[in-house]
Design a protein around this ligand. Structure first.
Ligand code: ZN
Ligand code: ZN
Ligand code: ZN
Length: 128
């Protein structure tokens, strides 16, 4: 499975997110490519990142960098480790869910995990 963007290793860590648990690549619907993160996409592509609408969350759009298993979006949003190889996923990746998945779920996540979204807003403010 080819992963695009500024990857650092075979487990899909990238120059933006390279922690022990940053091992997920996401298939983005706008260009049908796997990227380790939204920043990798934005630096590589000439268009805005599209998000997966709720009706498509059964798609196996999530790649585990540790074992190359694919997960559906719905599964990914419910787990904190790979169901196939048990490698732990970074909580930071869940924090970035609003970049990849539609607003309905984003609202749910913001309710369930307000601390994550406060952090995300701080990141965006710092990057602006
Ligand atoms: Zn794209
Ligand atoms: Zn990246
Ligand atoms: Zn895995």
């Amino acid at each position: 499975m080819r992963v695009y963007g500024a990857t650092l290793d075979e487990e899909t860590r990238c120059v933006h997110f390279s922690g022990d648990h940053d091992i997920v690549a996401i298939l983005v619907p706008c260009c049908s490519r796997y990227y380790p993160c939204f920043r990798c996409h934005d630096e590589d592509a000439d268009h805005r990142l599209e998000r997966w609408p709720r009706s498509t969350w059964g798609e196996p759009a999530i790649l585990c960098g540790a074992c190359s298993a694919t997960l559906t979006i719905a599964t990914y949003l419910e787990v904190n480790r790979c169901p196939d190889c048990a490698a732990g996923f970074s909580p930071d990746l869940a924090m970035h869910a609003p970049h990849y998945f539609d607003a309905e779920r984003t609202a749910v996540l913001a309710t369930e995990r307000p601390a994550m979204f406060a952090t995300e807003r701080e990141i965006e403010r710092a990057a602006a």
